[in-house]
Design a protein around this ligand. Structure first.
Ligand code: SF4
Length: 348
């Protein structure tokens, strides 16, 4: 008697017809429990759920534990591992050459707030359309845990050394200098980080996301202001955050008077559900005041701190043609011989 064959259930795919496995990367070589691994998982989930084709994405990084992360997600994407702190200029060039790429740079606090701070500043003022994610643990994990420029005053190393220098707050710099989406989160807050990442994927401009991501090897002890224990005690979410893509049926519970909707360029909406306080992410000065006041109280405010969906980004300001510069034929990017001859004649 013939045995009935069992048909395996169809594999789950997203709206691009891809399985989640196609969004993964190599096996992580970071320490077990490192916050950076949680962030890579969120990136995989969000790009899969948003149906972004991995080959339309370009990943950038610099040097440090954080900068190894792009190897652990979206292996079908383009990728460039730059030298220390230089991800912003490499990403700017790549996005200029092909404006259709969705860029994501993953850097660390050393990469961004120390050696690459000059590059970071110019990325901000240009509002380059890019997701710029800072995996912030307050130490140089790759070189055995010295303080970085984002370490809080009074935080202590395992060796007992106390930091007395004021930290650089990457979100304050980002709001001040021109990033149009600025958010802070915690690697252990899955739901909030997902909502922020999805918002950044839909945003047409520079998204700076500062994620407190504890270094379990060198900075996860009593006395650290970037540890799991500290964040669990001092994390102050600004709002309950949810993201509703334009292509999905809107099915969220909205309590009257408690939700503010922000329209993004692609028609998607960001819903900010306020928990007892009236927070307006379009108020630039209010955002700066909120971060400063929280810092003075030893709190880390998380959520979307600032959003400006109206300002033109760098590529639009340059009035580039829609077609990627990288694929234009020479005949369309080089002036004809006669035009060059005329310029030379005028200069003689
Ligand atoms: Fe992560 Fe710290 Fe290990 Fe580096 S040293 S991989 S930052 S836990």
């Amino acid at each position: 008697m013939a045995t009935a064959s069992v048909t395996p259930p169809p594999k789950k795919t997203n709206r691009a017809g891809l399985e989640v496995a196609q969004y993964k990367g190599g096996k992580s070589t970071l320490c077990a429990g490192c916050g950076h691994n949680s962030i890579s998982e969120r990136i995989i989930e969000c790009f899969y759920e948003m149906g972004i084709e991995p080959w339309s994405v370009a990943k950038f990084s610099g040097i440090g534990c954080s900068s190894k992360s792009p190897a652990y997600f979206l292996s079908l994407a383009h990728g460039f591992n730059a030298v220390h702190g230089r991800a912003p200029s490499v990403a700017t060039g790549a996005i200029l050459a092909n404006r259709h790429l969705l860029g994501i740079a993953v850097t660390g606090d050393g990469d961004t707030a120390s050696i690459g701070i000059g590059q970071f500043m110019h990325l901000l003022r240009r509002n380059v359309p890019l997701i710029y994610l800072i995996e912030n643990n307050g130490v140089y994990g790759l070189t055995k845990g010295q303080f970085s420029a984002t370490a809080g005053v009074g935080s202590r190393l395992k060796t007992g050394v106390v930091n007395e220098l004021e930290p650089i707050d990457c979100c304050v710099e980002a709001i001040t200098l021109g990033a149009t989406l600025v958010a802070r989160s915690f690697s252990g807050d899955k739901r909030q980080l997902q909502a922020i990442l999805k918002t950044a994927i839909a945003h047409k401009g520079l998204s700076v996301i500062d994620v407190i991501s504890p270094c379990v090897t060198f900075n996860d002890h009593e006395g650290s202001t970037k540890s799991y224990a500290y964040m669990k005690e001092h994390d102050a979410p600004l709002h309950e955050l949810d993201f509703v893509p334009a292509y999905a049926e809107i099915a969220v519970e909205i309590e009257e008077g408690e939700t503010r909707a922000v329209e993004l360029h692609d028609g998607s909406r960001l819903l900010l559900k306020k928990l007892g306080r009236d927070y307006d992410p379009s108020d630039k000065l209010g955002a700066l005041r909120t971060v400063h006041e929280a810092g003075q109280q030893g709190q880390v405010v998380t959520g979307v701190l600032y959003l400006d969906a109206s300002r033109k980004h760098f590529i639009d300001l340059l009035n580039l043609v829609d077609e990627p510069l990288a694929t234009l034929p020479k005949s369309r990017v080089r002036p004809p011989r006669e035009a060059l001859d005329q310029i030379m004649a005028e200069l003689r």
